[in-house]
Write a protein that binds this ligand. Structure first.
Ligand SMILES: *Cc1c(COP(=O)(O)O)cnc(C)c1O
Length: 394
């Protein structure tokens, strides 16, 4: 995708969603939903097969070792399905958390009533390979580790390659929540070893919400019969039924699947994972440089910044009120996202969705105007925020 041609704006003054999904989708993706499909019909079964094949190809599987199982619901339904299906009732999970989604995985384990333990690094410090190795050495009962690829609550890109090496060097199994990264950041099965990975329709593939999907090592999934705590969220049963009939076990989100196939077509046209990732990285670079030019500071140092979403500290200036800033940005056509840090005030701006660096320049201009309107003269964060950031290794 050339950066010379701005993407068409959303229709009729619809704001851009600078949020990590649902996000701004292409007109063609929305248009693909303008017809009805019979879920058992051969046409829709072919659509399901195409979706599954394309996702496995995106995961980099060239040997037929992996399969894709889509599951109705939002991303969290799929995470719960993955954990409930892949972790046997007698297994134990080490959850690596540095934000809301890691903690949600631990909460899911609590609901499942299965053994788990947690490394909680707080709001954004990355879990490192050596501490994972130490935790596994200390507890032989741990059978699985779940890692979050991009922790969307801060935007940090966690070191999954190093985590995978630690897990397999100790003979354990890795599950990955790559919800907000898959499709834009490489997670090739030939480079990073894992048993199952989960993502959803409305993140980097730029579809609309309604289902998620698991990419699973076939031999591992085959061994998971009877593990699931849930009838509807049993990935093994969904997979076995799909393999046999070509159909989803229960009513599929037909329109969402149609939109997703169109989104996959646009993804391929853009150059696949590399092309999509390059556009998002450009979005981030232009937006971060512009925001820093206004005096804002990022929570993370450059090395940890993902091209998915970026956290900024709220300015110390008492005239800066986030709710006011939000409304002004919305009036200018941009929906931004509140922060999730527990220690200092912050907000987030997403880099994903159907938009390019031209749009990002307008986002920065809108932020500059909003500051002027609010009478904020400096966007510099409070000292406490900078002290917090200093804890993060370079
Ligand atoms: C979006 C997301 C999820 C799933 O959230 P839902 O609201 O259930 O779609 C899970 N993990 C991560 C890292 C995410 O970004």
């Amino acid at each position: 995708m050339s950066s010379a041609a701005p993407f068409p704006a959303p229709r009729l003054g619809e704001p851009y969603l600078l949020t990590p999904g649902p996000l701004t989708t292409a007109f063609e993706v929305k248009e693909a939903m303008l017809r009805d499909w019979g879920s058992w019909d051969a046409d829709f079964r072919a659509m399901t097969k195409s979706l599954r094949d394309q996702i496995v190809a995106l995961a980099g599987d060239r040997k037929g070792d992996f399969t894709c199982v889509p599951m109705q619901g939002s991303g969290s339904f799929c995470v719960e399905a993955m954990l409930g299906t892949f972790v046997p009732k007698g297994g134990k999970v080490l959850v690596l958390a540095n934000g809301a989604y890691g903690l949600r995985a631990a909460e899911t384990m609590r609901y499942l009533g299965r053994a788990h333990t947690l490394i909680d690094k707080g709001d954004y410090m990355p879990p490192r390979g050596d501490e994972v190795a130490a935790a596994l050495d200390a507890d032989p009962a741990i059978s699985h580790v779940i890692a979050i690829h991009c922790e969307t609550s801060s935007g940090i890109l966690n070191p999954v390659a190093e985590i995978s090496e630690a897990v397999y060097s100790r003979g354990r199994k890795l599950l990955i929540d790559s919800m907000s990264a898959f499709g834009a950041l490489p997670l090739d099965v030939t480079d990073i070893r894992y048993e199952a990975m989960v993502s959803s329709a409305n993140k980097c593939i730029e579809g609309v919400p309604g289902f998620g999907f698991v990419v699973a090592r076939r031999s591992e999934l085959e061994a998971c019969k009877g593990n699931s705590h849930s009838l509807a969220l049993d990935l093994h049963a969904q997979w076995a039924y799909m393999e046999k009939t070509g159909q989803w076990r229960y009513t599929p989100p037909t329109h969402v699947v149609a939109a997703f196939l169109e989104a996959l077509r646009l993804h391929a046209a853009e150059g696949g994972v590399a092309g999509r990732g390059a556009r998002y990285a450009r979005n981030r670079d232009v937006m971060v440089a512009g925001m820093r030019g206004l005096g804002f500071e990022t929570l993370l140092k450059d090395r940890w910044l993902s091209p998915i979403i970026v956290t900024f500290f709220c300015p110390a200036d008492p005239k800066f009120v986030f709710a006011d800033f939000y409304e002004r940005m919305k009036a200018k056509g941009f929906i931004i996202y509140p922060g999730k840090l527990t220690v200092v005030d912050s907000f987030r701006i997403g880099c994903i969705g159907r938009m390019d660096d031209h749009v990002m320049r307008k986002v920065v201009a809108a932020a500059g105007e909003a500051l002027v309107e609010m009478g904020v003269t400096s966007a510099a964060p409070p000292e406490a925020a900078l002290a917090e950031r200093a804890k993060l290794a370079a």
